[in-house]
Design a binder for this molecule. Structure first.
Ligand code: RRO
Length: 308
């Protein structure tokens, strides 16, 4: 079976990636992913200009049907990740960067432009957990102005990580902004921002930062993720590929992401829960579904979701 996809002409021999934030903060973790046969490429933890410890623990909590996090961008800093992705790797790399401000974003991208990194970059416009910093991609005019400033000097392959949208007009608005730029891809969705879990026995929240509010991931966000992949695939230029992220627990979930139009699929919470063997299980489950249906490659059904 052909489980490959392409972004900006870069071949991913296998569709699976990690979702940024999970198993990708250290070079050891990134190596683990790259060495796994069922992983097609990697995304780094979003890098800020300087190293950050992130928010106080507990800052990640697993629920029956997903996760809530307010990590607060713990990462080893831009220099650490650019050094890693600049090395020669057998699989494609995606360098995720997240400024703490639009000015930081611009500075990060200037540094990438000036470096000899030739791979993909992904600008995280959707971190929900830095206190006092709203998710940029909910500000359509701000996102447009930022991307205008960036594409005036940035000539390397660039995609963006988006937050989930919940209104059809908002899909129209963000797509109208993104379609103005030569983006290689959008990665959708980031966590569903600022959920709140209440533990009834202890009458308490379960994570410490922000009074318990945090980004939701895992199976509970699958329907939102599929809607975002589908709605953006219907609205974005064909040249902008979609990385489907959110809610993947089974091979059927992966199949659904592809049907909605995903080129590649990321696994976040379920990778955290299950470890790297999740990729073997998902590959087996997806392959069985495809074989049963007589499909040989993802392109046999990618984007071909039927409506009634
Ligand atoms: O580090 C985080 O708190 C975090 C980030 Br940058 C993000 O983009 N998404 C998320 O759920 N957590």
């Amino acid at each position: 079976l052909d489980l490959s996809g392409q972004i900006n002409g870069q071949q991913f021999e296998h569709l699976f990636l990690n979702a940024s934030g999970v198993h990708c903060q250290s070079t050891t973790e990134l190596d683990d992913l790259l060495n796994h046969p069922a992983v097609g490429g990697i995304v780094t933890k979003s890098a800020t200009l300087e190293k950050r410890d992130g928010n106080p623990a507990p800052r990640y909590y697993e629920l029956a049907d997903g996760s809530i996090n307010s990590m607060g961008l713990p990462n080893f800093g831009y220099d650490y990740y650019i050094d890693y992705v600049k090395q020669s790797h057998a699989k494609p790399t995606i360098l995720s960067v997240a400024g703490l401000s639009a000015a930081d974003d611009v500075q990060l991208l200037h540094q990438i432009q000036a470096s000899d990194y030739a791979g993909l970059t992904e600008l995280n416009l959707s971190c929900p957990n830095v206190i006092g910093k709203p998710q940029m991609a909910y500000d359509y005019a701000g996102t447009e102005a930022l991307l205008k400033e960036i594409f005036a000097f940035f000539k390397k392959p660039l995609g963006v990580k988006l937050p989930p949208y919940f209104d059809l007009v908002h899909f129209d608005q963000i797509a109208a902004v993104l379609n103005q730029f030569p983006l290689t891809h959008v990665n959708t969705i980031n966590s569903v921002g600022n959920g709140l879990w209440v533990d009834v026995a202890s009458e308490s929240v379960v994570i410490k930062p922000k009074g318990g509010f945090g980004g939701l991931g895992g199976r509970m966000v699958l329907l939102t993720a599929l809607a975002n992949v589908r709605a953006l695939r219907q609205r974005l230029n064909d040249s902008i590929k979609i990385i489907g992220t959110g809610g993947v627990k089974t091979g059927a979930d992966v199949f659904a992401h592809i049907l909605c139009g995903a080129e590649l699929v990321s696994v976040g919470t379920q990778l955290q829960v299950e470890g790297l063997s999740v990729y073997d299980r998902l590959t087996t489950e997806l392959s069985r579904i495809m074989a049963d249906k007589g499909y040989h490659s993802l392109s046999d059904f990618r984007g071909k979701l039927k409506t009634i």
